[in-house]
Design a protein around this ligand. Structure first.
Ligand code: NAD
Length: 329
């Protein structure tokens, strides 16, 4: 099938080409993001393949539908960038990669937490400059602390299991309780108890209208003073300006994020020679107790290999009229 692949980086092309030996789709790569101005590039392509910062909103989908696109396949688990209602109304189906490697993201969240708590990012910079001072690098033992996992789905449960291994008390928050989470040793509690007890909070919720800014000024004011917040899910879960205020007051002891609400304009590109016009992100990176990475939690060999193969398999299923196991509605 002819597939227009948007936001195609070098690694996407290599991995998709390797996986495509089994499928033989006609993959055409575009460097650009899918957005209203670039949607016309997909004219005549029955399938369009996108990534997390592509825009598959109503306007783009309308253009795609007019020019013959019937399937949007996202190379991600999250699908908040696809307007499912508009897609359904236009007769466009959407598929995602339900399950690739929850370990990739959960392990990265643990990495962020360790770096943030033990100030590894600061130590790295100091020792490169010949500064071996320990002042300012004091952390705390994770052993015995309360770690809240918001969203106890696939990634949240792997994260919880690792935290149990560290000797933490793991508290859970989810709309739907998972027996597996409880078997791991997690305990579901009300949001108030998380606020009172959690030394660390890690977000593993999808971004939906219900979860948008789930961490806002009000919620932050109930956090235990000095709590650490880790977000590897979606930037929109946190009201960033409220988090900045909480960091300034010391209410939030540290913030480690792999995702950022306005990341579309910045992430996955080299802006090192540009003046970055986003004052919020500039303020964030000025804090010593903030770590920001550019949406790389999924980026392991295992995960991206599975993402490529699963995406192409879904496109084949669509092409041959087979049931779509990874369809999102
Ligand atoms: P999942 O669907 O297995 O788990 C999500 C959990 O959130 C579910 O248990 C669900 O019941 C719960 N949930 C949904 N809405 C809720 C609400 N309103 N209140 C409480 N709980 C709610 O998903 P997953 O595979 O664990 O992925 C979690 C998120 O991680 C994805 O949605 C995606 O945004 C993000 N992600 C990020 C990266 C990255 O590279 N940074 C990579 C993959 C996924």
């Amino acid at each position: 099938m002819k597939v227009a692949v948007f936001s195609a980086k070098k690694y996407d092309r290599e991995l998709l080409d390797a996986a495509n030996e089994r499928f033989d789709h006609d993959l055409v790569y575009f460097d650009s993001r899918l957005e209203p101005d670039t949607a016309k590039l997909a004219a005549g392509f029955p399938a369009v393949c996108v990534f997390v910062n592509d825009d598959a909103g109503p306007m783009v989908l309308e253009t795609l539908a007019k020019t013959g696109t019937k399937l949007v396949a996202t190379r991600s688990t999250g699908f908040n960038h696809i307007d499912l209602k508009a897609a359904a109304a236009l007769g466009i189906k959407a598929v995602r990669v339900v399950d690739y490697s929850p370990h990739s993201v959960a392990e990265f969240a643990v990495g962020l937490l360790l770096a943030l708590n033990r100030k590894i990012h600061r130590a790295y910079n100091r020792t490169r400059d010949g500064n071996f001072e320990l002042d300012g690098l004091l952390g705390f033992d994770l052993h015995g602390k309360c770690v809240a996992v918001l969203g106890t789905g696939k990634i949240g449960r792997v994260f919880a299991k690792i935290m149990v291994g560290f000797g933490c008390h793991v508290l859970g928050y989810d709309k739907y309780r998972s027996e597996e989470f409880e078997k791991i040793g997690g305990r579901y509690v009300e949001p108030e108890e998380i606020g009172e007890r959690a030394d660390v909070l890690s977000l593993h919720l999808p971004l939906t209208p219900e979860t948008h800014h789930i961490i806002d000024a009000d919620r932050l004011s109930y956090f235990k003073r000095g709590a650490l917040l880790v977000n590897t899910s979606r930037g929109g879960l946190i009201d960033t300006e409220a988090a900045i205020e909480a960091l300034k007051r010391g209410q939030l002891g540290g913030l480690a994020i792999d995702v950022y609400e306005q990341e579309e304009e910045l992430f996955f590109e080299d802006h090192s020679s540009d003046i970055i016009p986003d004052d919020v992100i500039q303020r964030l990176v000025s804090f010593p107790n903030v770590i920001l990475t550019g949406h790389q939690a999924f980026f392991t060999r295992e995960a991206v290999g599975t993402i490529s193969a699963t995406t192409l398999a879904s496109i084949s299923d669509f092409e041959h009229g087979r049931p779509l196991g990874n369809e999102v509605r």
